[in-house]
Design a protein around this ligand. Structure first.
Ligand code: HEM
Length: 403
């Protein structure tokens, strides 16, 4: 207990200090977490950076088609350090997605979505969906060519829904086409949604702390000696990860701030000139590839959304009792094939939908769903896992002997 009288007085009435001590200091954590477990805290810090820079940008931004593009230029040129705040926010979105993609793939490799962490995983997928909505609406705000045409293409997809499609598009846009009401509501929602993400991240943390972190062995800790307190061990490890991450982040912000960007978006929106290639930001490319690979509009839309929604089902599609891919001789290579296939989808999303690209895109789309709906349930039945050690200590002994 803290000796400070003020802290004690507050804590007796509102036990926030006790809560923080349990969650950030004593919290027993498996002793063998690797650096992939840094991605959660890094994503949390990036979310905070995005909110702070976003609020600052909003103080100077004008959500009106007449002013939006110019107001962003003003931020870049006239607002003190406006260029820095904008570049941090712009690149922060990309870094956020890099982290969350690694976080998701890590969960897939080590089976972190399996019982009893299904709800933790589902909350993660909800966060992912909210991030996508937030990023999509944020990209519309600078009102460049890609902002405008991206908004047009994506919102128009909803018109594929039978009977009510056109009404939904009208309702989303606030009018017959992308215009002032669209920009205004996208700004309002882009400001609001990140706070919703914060709320779901809090639930994500509650669910995490219920059973504690999984670990590379996938075996639950059996003995207190297999766990270490979060502080100082993981606070220090997280700080080391954070310094390396911030170094790379700062490097991109200062030396290659437009690396992830699209030059076309430095042209003001023009409803009379359609860009030659309309491409979304890199983090949407795999889903964009799926959308364009399916030769019917409704099918493409269902495929694109289905590709995210299938993640909700993952804990029930993969019935293997073994969590970590380390002990799954068939799943492990297939996991890497799935990663490769996702990268191929991303590449295809950046290419025109014709010729060989269309063929590869169709194959990769089919494989994406084949992985979830055929391979995973099948592996649960036919795979013979390697012997799983009884405890984390035995797992680490085994690893040491193998080296
Ligand atoms: C704003 C985005 C997110 C934040 C801030 C966040 C935060 C965290 C943190 C701090 C942890 C504990 C540290 C760690 O395991 O890395 C964690 C664990 C976890 N997260 Fe997330 N997360 C986010 C998104 C997601 C998404 C999109 C998914 C999945 C679709 C997900 C699934 C999980 C799972 C399964 C765990 C437990 C991992 C384990 O114990 O092995 N998270 N998250």
């Amino acid at each position: 207990m803290n000796n400070n009288k003020v802290v004690q007085w507050i804590d007796t009435r509102l036990p926030i200090f006790t809560f923080m001590r349990h969650a950030l200091k004593e919290y027993p954590t498996p002793k063998n977490l690797n650096f992939l477990w840094n991605t959660g805290s890094l994503a949390g810090i990036t979310l905070l950076i995005m909110i702070i820079t976003g609020i600052t940008l909003a103080m100077h931004y004008c959500p009106d088609p007449e002013d939006a593009f110019q107001s962003v230029e003003r931020i870049m040129r006239d607002v003190n350090y406006g260029w820095l705040i904008r570049y941090i926010h712009m690149n922060g979105a990309s870094f956020f997605f890099v982290l969350v993609y690694i976080h998701i793939f890590r969960g897939m490799y080590y089976g972190s979505y399996k019982s009893p962490r299904e709800l933790l995983w589902i909350l993660g997928v909800v966060i992912f969906l909210m991030m996508m909505a937030t990023a999509f609406m944020g990209y519309v705000l600078p009102w460049g060519q890609m902002s405008f045409w991206g908004a047009k293409v994506i919102t128009n997809l909803f018109s594929a829904i039978p009977i009510v499609g056109d009404t939904i598009v009208h309702w989303l846009l606030g009018g017959p086409t992308v215009g002032a009401p669209t920009l205004n509501r996208f700004f309002a929602l882009h400001y609001l949604l990140p706070f919703g993400i914060v709320a779901i991240v809090c639930l994500h943390m509650v669910a995490l702390h219920q059973f504690g972190s999984n670990n590379p062995s996938g075996v639950d800790p059996k003995h207190p000696s297999e766990q270490i307190p979060f502080h100082p061990y993981y606070t220090v490890k997280d700080l080391l990860g954070l310094s390396i991450y911030l170094f790379v982040f700062a490097f991109v912000v200062f030396f290659a701030p437009n690396f992830f960007g699209e030059p076309e978006n430095y042209n003001p929106a023009n409803s009379m000139v359609t860009p030659v290639h309309i491409v979304p930001e890199w983090y949407f490319l795999p889903f964009y590839a799926i959308l364009r690979s399916i030769p019917s509009k409704l099918g493409g839309v269902m495929g694109m959304f289905g590709a995210v929604f299938v993640l909700f089902l993952l804990p029930w599609l993969d019935r293997s009792r073994v969590r970590s891919a380390t002990f799954r001789p068939l799943y492990r290579p297939l996991f890497w094939v799935f990663v490769l296939n996702s990268i191929v989808l991303g590449w295809i999303g950046s290419q025109p939908p014709e010729g060989i690209y269309l063929i590869i895109g169709r194959g990769a789309t089919a494989y994406y769903f084949f992985h979830f709906f055929v391979l995973l349930p099948l592996l649960s039945v036919i795979e013979k896992p390697l012997p799983v050690p009884d405890s984390i200590t035995l797992y680490l002994d085994q690893k040491k002997r193998a080296v």
